[in-house]
Design a protein around this ligand. Structure first.
Ligand code: OSB
Ligand code: MG
Length: 374
């Protein structure tokens, strides 16, 4: 496949409801779409970098300039055996995994379309449907949170994850467990605790949680290993894992028993699959994380979730939880069994609503071989 053009688009879309984590609240998403043109076949990707450098150092502006200045020039005009080979061309650029993943995943979509295969088949997925859970942000009151949980349980979601931070944790979990003693429940701290919070973390340990996600620093593995020894609950790492080697380190040190795979965080499908395989061979279950994606990133996440070791429900849920109208057709829907059926159409498996995308676009840049055209 030959890469003849790359287009970046920023869309601004309001969330139906704000999403708050320990690192802040977002009310509008800046959605960053990447399109590649490969011999007339268009592939779509989404760069999941956030509105600011809070989840990780990457954010939309660093991703935008890194693609413009380094990653797009590395790919343009090149002939690739397949999307999996794009990483080698981008390898000289250190870090910036979300920027790389936006491009690589667009190439996977193009390759799947060229081969007339559903993307999940090209990734060697095995499941015709994937299990869906929800991630519920910090709310203004306990009552609001309980109401939201009720709505999601009624919709059939297989697992509830709540965001926690010191002060929005023990009381919240007490209220939840008082009402639903046995639902599959987990919590995600997004690095809000320190080892000195051990007594508080021991209290979280008493709520029969499926896992405690990323309690400590976003760049730490060692202290998570020390903490895991102190807790009954499984630690799940998210922010700390950027590639299969990080996972190897974490598993060997005993820093977690579960890993959340986000294809953006690890730099694309090639590395996500390597990480998945490593975990599978080490007996570590994985699940697919979410980054408040539009339908395009969501479709990529669904395809990835069809791999066999995605044995826990992911944070990939229905479009209508986030958007009044999604940019793909049909929108992502979750059945009353808490599962998402996988599309068997070629590529991503969904139609792209170009008119809606044009309406929501606030900036756009296209690069063709050699010269950049704004
Ligand atoms: O840590 O999993 C996270 C959203 C933004 C940044 C980080 C995270 C999240 C979520 C939301 O938990 C998952 C989703 O519904 O997309
Ligand atoms: Mg997380």
């Amino acid at each position: 496949m030959k890469v003849s053009a790359i287009t970046m688009r920023e869309l601004q879309i309001p969330l139906k409801q704000f999403f708050e984590t320990s690192f802040g609240r977002v009310t509008h998403r800046r959605i960053f779409l990447v399109t590649v043109d490969c011999e007339g076949v268009e592939g779509w990707g989404e760069c999941v970098a956030g509105e600011g450098p809070f989840f990780s150092y990457e954010w939309i502006e660093t991703a935008w300039v890194t693609i413009r200045e380094f990653l797009a020039p590395a790919l343009l005009g090149s002939t690739l055996e397949g999307a999996a080979h794009s990483g080698r061309l981008m390898g000289r650029i250190r870090g910036h995994n979300m920027a790389k993943a936006g491009l690589e995943n667009a190439l996977w979509d193009a390759e799947a379309k060229q081969k007339k295969l559903p993307l999940w088949r090209l990734l060697a997925g095995t499941r015709p449907e994937v299990s869906s859970g929800v991630s519920i942000g910090i709310q203004d009151s306990h009552e609001q949170l309980l109401e939201k949980i009720q709505v999601e349980l009624d919709a059939g979601y297989q697992r509830i994850k709540v965001k926690v931070k010191p002060g929005w944790d023990i009381d919240v979990l007490e209220r939840i467990r008082a009402r639903w003693p046995n639902i599959p429940l987990s919590c995600d701290a997004n690095s809000a605790y320190r080892p000195s919070d051990l007594e508080r973390l021991r209290k979280l340990d008493d709520f029969k949680l499926l896992m405690i996600e990323q309690p400590l620093w976003e760049d730490d593995i060692w202290h998570h290993a020390k903490l895991q020894r102190e807790l009954k609950s499984s630690i799940c790492l998210d922010e700390s894992i950027h590639n299969a080697r990080d996972a190897e380190t974490a598993i060997e040190l005993g820093a977690c028993r579960i890993i959340n795979i986000k294809v953006g965080r690890v730099g694309g499908f090639r590395e996500a699959i390597a990480l998945h395989n490593l975990c599978q061979n080490s007996g570590i279950p994985v699940w697919c994380g979410g980054m408040l994606e539009s339908g395009i990133g969501r479709a990529h996440n669904i395809a990835l979730s069809t791999l066999p070791n995605f044995s826990l429900p992911g944070d990939v849920s229905a479009s209508n939880r986030y958007w009044s109208e999604d940019i793909i057709d049909p929108e992502i829907e979750v059945r009353s069994t808490g599962t998402i059926a996988v599309s068997n159409q070629a590529g991503l498996g969904y139609e792209i609503k170009k008119d809606l995308i044009n309406k929501l676009t606030v900036r756009e840049e296209t690069f063709k071989r050699r010269s950049a055209i704004a």
